[in-house]
Write a protein that binds this ligand. Structure first.
Ligand SMILES: [Zn+2]
Length: 71
């Protein structure tokens, strides 16, 4: 047993500031797959430059939320 092994709660992706409060308490692995696909899709779309469509806005929102961790 490794002492660095954390509790399952540590991998909870819900942000502490309540940003994800509207999400279900339990995020299934399926939902993670969907998020990856959505991110892939949005990133691919935004690579051509922002065109101002709903996908671009979603990309910018997702980006700011995800990069918040490193801010
Ligand atoms: Zn767009």
């Amino acid at each position: 047993m490794s002492p660095t092994q954390g509790t399952p709660e540590k991998s909870n992706p819900v942000a502490p500031d309540g940003l994800a409060a509207h999400l279900p308490v339990v995020i299934a692995a399926d939902a993670n797959e969907v998020m990856r696909e959505q991110l892939d899709y949005l990133i691919e779309h935004a690579q051509g430059g922002p065109c101002g469509c709903p996908q671009c806005l979603r990309y910018q929102r997702a980006r700011s939320v995800l990069l918040e961790v490193f801010g």
